[in-house]
Write a protein that binds this ligand. Structure first.
Ligand code: ACO
Length: 331
């Protein structure tokens, strides 16, 4: 029997951020920092923190719901739910399981995927393969994080960087130029796992009084080193995916990079010789939302009219692992 590969497109996008805004000035009351330092070093002005009783699955559900409305797809029609996250409600079961019930998408299979800040791009790629193989018609891909539960409020070099939120897309079999996936690259460099990690809580250092006292259940990062690799890998991934699709960087209408730090983004943009109008930035409003970051930015770019028919849109991300990925779409 002849095997077929079906084209895959983004049929709808959605995003959700919690109501509570935490400004840099709010952080001045918690750690020895100031608004000017944070803005100059990161570009971040504020971020959102979820409520105590609002979890990653809740943020994911809200974003997914909007993406499904945008795509015109009902809950029963969802075949697969992939949730990219590093802040799952529990170690197990999956956040996807909770999202399934929240949405009442009981015909769907589902799982979580962990590729840190490149998680959404990984999840889109994995989800699109199920569509391309003809196995599923509607795949819900979500990037969602409640990072406020993982940051060390005593560590001024990391606590100011992260925020909560979720973004989602519905992937569908289709050839229309509405978010058609043209090409994608994924990568991993596992030699530097200690640069950016949560040391405890897994089987290496299970939870204990000692691990809690040592504050090992929070995000730790070697900032300067991470910065350098972020630029290098984002540039490499972007070049590769554009080249693979047979385009030049000049032909890309909009680059939606992982929103970790505006200095990382601008350094990568300089190396890629991008014009300012080619770059999408919203890090000032949300900080680094890891797996959710590119997904939220894609939805905002779409809703605000930054993406027009025929546009080539490049998603590119880098995260702990180090994980890296890029996807080129044609709208
Ligand atoms: N407020 C005031 N001062 C601070 C703060 C703060 N919030 N944080 C650190 N400092 C101080 C440091 O203690 C240091 O002081 P010292 O010189 O007296 O020792 C000084 O500022 C400089 O610190 P550096 O760490 O060298 O500052 P740097 O310019 O490297 O900026 C930053 C730090 C913003 C974290 C930067 O390294 C960075 O952005 N790194 C990449 C982080 C990132 O984006 N990671 C995520 C990408 S991957 C992913 O998203 C999973």
């Amino acid at each position: 029997m002849e095997s077929r590969i079906y084209p895959c497109m983004v049929a709808g996008t959605g995003s959700y951020v919690p109501e509570k805004i935490v400004t840099n000035v709010d952080f001045e009351k918690i750690v020895d920092t100031n608004d000017q330092w944070i803005v100059e070093r990161t570009g971040i002005k504020e971020r959102r923190f979820a409520a105590d009783n609002e979890f990653t699955s809740d943020l994911a559900t809200q974003a997914a719901h909007k993406a499904m409305i945008n795509a015109g797809v009902s809950a029963e029609e969802i075949d697969l739910i992939v949730v990219a996250t590093v802040s799952s409600d529990n170690i197990f079961p999956s956040t996807a399981a909770r999202v399934q019930v929240n949405l009442n998408a009981m015909n769907a299979a589902g799982f979580d995927l962990e590729a840190a800040c490149a998680g959404f791009i990984y999840a889109m790629d994995v989800g699109s393969k199920f569509v391309s193989a003809g196995m599923y018609n509607n795949v819900l891909v979500i990037g969602a994080e409640k990072l406020s539960s993982l940051i060390d409020m005593q560590d001024r070099s990391t606590c100011i960087l992260f925020g909560d939120g979720a973004g989602a897309v519905v992937l569908q079999r289709g050839n229309e130029n509405t978010g058609r996936i043209l090409s994608s690259v994924l990568g991993l460099d596992g030699r530097r796992t200690d640069f950016l990690q949560i040391p405890a809580g897994g089987c290496r250092i299970p939870a204990s009084h000692k691990s809690i006292d040592a504050r090992l259940h929070y995000i730790t990062m070697k900032g300067k080193e991470t910065f350098k690799w972020a630029v290098t890998y984002m540039v490499d991934s972007a070049k590769k995916v554009v080249q693979n699709a047979g385009f030049t960087m000049d032909e890309i209408s909009l680059v939606i990079p992982h929103q970790a730090n505006s200095r990382i983004i601008m350094a990568a943009a300089e190396r890629l010789k991008l014009r300012d109008d080619q770059i999408f930035l919203n890090v000032e409003k949300y900080g680094n939302t890891s797996s959710a970051s590119v997904a939220i930015a894609l939805d905002e770019a779409q809703v605000s009219g930054r993406i027009k028919r025929g546009d080539k849109v490049l998603l590119v991300a880098f995260g702990a692992g180090f994980s890296l990925g890029a996807t080129l779409l044609e709208w």
